[in-house]
Design a protein around this ligand. Structure first.
Ligand code: ZN
Length: 245
């Protein structure tokens, strides 16, 4: 890496999107803690096997309206960072697409857990828009099937019981190895294999900044810990990075 233009890797988790109204399902007050039966809605075995689980999952997706969420100052700060000319790559655990919607080029964003904006047929693997599937739910189909083959439609998100796309994970590991600064934003850094990425960055000599309201396993190893709300703290951090402070 050119010392004057250090590669910055930014890992984002649920915490960056809560100010956009997207709940942290995995967090201490998340849906999956309050209602353990909700977890089977995002677990591949029950989802694949049980039409009733899929019906409840579609109802939940229709209710949450996550596709309509707007980016917040945290997302916009990362766009500003990218537009400053500093080499930056965003690795996100979020499936909400808000980094791209805020204006980050898609090639700068790795969606580690997939995207909620598309669905995929479990039989023929064809992808289509989530919005179109939700329109069918609104029109009265409890469990819309693949228009091509009648197979089960599933969001293009990584469910419990599924593994991350090895190509995407491999790219993330390469970025962690190559970066000079690794910034973890709004992630508890407890869900593997993504949780290993800051460790890979540290092993390869990167500095680590952890920005999260709750403690993370990497706090003792971090060069800087930021507990303030992301919507104010991330714009401030970006200002410092652009200024070279
Ligand atoms: Zn199909």
């Amino acid at each position: 890496m050119n010392a004057n233009r250090p590669l910055i890797a930014v890992l984002t988790g649920a915490g960056i999107s809560t100010d956009s109204g997207i709940p942290d399902y995995r967090g201490p007050n998340g849906l999956w803690q309050r209602d353990p039966s909700a977890q089977e809605l995002v677990t591949i075995g029950p989802y694949r096997a049980d039409p009733e689980v899929r019906r409840r999952a579609w109802q939940l997706r229709a209710r949450t309206g996550a596709l309509a969420a707007e980016p917040n100052p945290g997302h916009l700060a990362l766009v500003e960072l990218e537009r400053s000319g500093l080499p930056v790559r965003v690795l996100t655990q979020n499936v909400d697409g808000l980094h791209q919607r805020a204006g980050l080029p898609a090639r700068k964003v790795l969606e580690l857990h997939g995207t909620a904006h598309q669905v995929q047929c479990l039989r023929c693997r064809v992808r289509s828009a989530m919005a179109a599937a939700l329109e069918r739910v609104a029109a009265g189909e409890p469990d819309p099937a693949c228009p091509d083959c009648g197979g089960v439609l599933k969001p293009c998100t990584v469910m419990f019981g599924e593994t991350l796309d090895p190509a995407v994970l491999g790219q993330a590991e390469a970025i962690a190895k190559a970066c000079d600064l690794f910034v973890a934003v709004g992630s508890t850094l407890q869900v593997h294999p993504v949780a290993a990425l800051p460790g890979i960055a540290l092993e390869h000599g990167a500095r680590l900044i952890v920005m999260n309201a709750e403690p993370t396993p990497y706090d003792p190893a971090a060069d800087e810990l930021i507990r303030e709300p992301i919507s104010t703290a991330l714009p401030e951090l970006v200002r410092r990075l652009i200024a070279g402070e």
